[in-house]
Design a protein around this ligand. Structure first.
Ligand SMILES: Cc1cc2nc3c(=O)[nH]c(=O)nc-3n(C[C@H](O)[C@H](O)[C@H](O)COP(=O)(O)O)c2cc1C
Length: 334
């Protein structure tokens, strides 16, 4: 049975690495009838294993796990040296990291997920190989691939993806674009859904879905379920940092920026995106490691002006309520 067929409510909790995702949140969504996801991005293999164990201890229902595809060739240091110097000069005494790359322990996480399988593994930042899809299938796990264009959808189908996660440009957080580039298309979720539907696999829609009407809209356009991130950020079960919570709850424009990580992401505008967004180079994960200590310090001080405030375009609609209430409100009977 396909995973989504066994899930009573067409609501998928978006994986949200970097703090917001917690085992308690993932399990709460599953227990409420949705499909929870664990966010394994940025975690060491040991922490990823703990995350899965903690989630399993809280729910016997199926849940998924999300993995970052490794980046391509490292960026040329000359492309970001001056930018990094400016960030360092403007850091106001906060720590700044050294640029480096890394594969986010891709192989180790795959090995973990094959040894202790979950219902579905979703990938972002690229497409897994046919061989990886086959390994997961042998473990009884569906492969979901985040796509941002019809071209990426076709590549994911060719690789054997079971489900396409259509991420519109409205979505909060990083864009899952296979290869980040300045001229990458910015399909809205409805356009993308219509273009992906003929490809065959079930499609899950993501991007600024925050009301029952928006869930109905993507289901009407052919989606099997809505993947919702920002609307869960204010839940008590989420690990969202205080300055991030305050910004999500307030009115405020979002923008696509490479300022924090060197990869395009949508977040609420603040001083850091204004000062460093316009000329931020494409250098992921190099710039992620440069700004990570600075962001952690700002977060600890409660300063929202230097924290990556990832949020989708409809963030003002997020409510401070238990995750089960969000699932019931967005996905329940009407
Ligand atoms: C705080 C935050 C963190 C995110 N982290 C991840 C992640 O680790 N992996 C991933 O595939 N998508 C991530 N996303 C993107 C979501 O999967 C999804 O596309 C997005 O939340 C949908 O738009 P919405 O936030 O407007 O609901 C993140 C989004 C947010 C808001």
């Amino acid at each position: 049975v396909a995973v989504l067929d066994a899930v009573p409510t067409p609501i998928v909790l978006a994986p949200m690495a970097g703090g917001p995702s917690t085992p308690v949140l993932t399990a709460a969504v599953c227990e409420a009838g949705g499909l929870g996801f664990a966010a394994l991005g940025y975690l060491s293999p040991e922490r990823a294993a703990e995350e899965l164990r903690a989630t399993r201890a809280l729910t016997a229902r199926p849940f998924g796990a999300n993995v970052f595809m490794p980046p391509g060739e490292p960026a040329d240091p000359a492309s970001y040296a001056a930018w990094v110097e400016r960030v360092r000069a403007g850091a106001g005494g906060r720590p700044v990291g050294a640029p480096r790359t890394g594969d986010d322990a891709y192989e180790e996480k795959l090995a973990l997920l094959c040894a202790e399988p979950v219902a579905a593994v979703s990938f972002t930042f690229g497409c897994p190989s046919r061989e990886v899809v086959a390994r997961l299938r042998a473990a009884g796990t569906e492969t979901w691939v985040t796509v941002t264009s019809p071209q990426e959808g076709s590549e994911a189908v060719a690789a054997g993806a079971d489900v396409l996660v259509a991420q519109g440009a409205e979505a909060g957080g990083h864009r899952g674009t296979f290869v980040d580039r300045v001229d990458a298309p910015l399909y809205g979720v409805l356009a993308l859904l219509q273009l992906l539907e003929p490809l065959g696999p079930p499609v899950v829609a993501a991007g600024a879905i925050a009301t029952p009407a928006a869930v109905d809209a993507v289901l009407a356009a052919g989606a099997e379920a809505a993947q919702v991130g920002t609307a869960f950020l204010l839940c008590p079960e989420a690990g969202t940092a205080e300055p991030h919570r305050r910004a999500v709850a307030s009115a405020g424009e979002t923008a696509l920026t490479r300022a924090y990580t060197g990869r395009l992401a949508r977040g609420i505008r603040n001083r850091f995106t204004a000062e460093h967004g316009a000329d931020a180079p494409l250098a992921y994960p190099e710039l992620h490691f440069v700004t990570a200590p600075l962001r952690a310090a700002a977060r600890a001080e409660g300063d929202a002006e230097a924290v990556n405030l990832w949020a989708g375009e409809a963030h003002e609609l997020a409510r401070e309520e238990p995750a089960a209430d969000v699932v019931a409100r967005l996905g329940g009977p009407r």
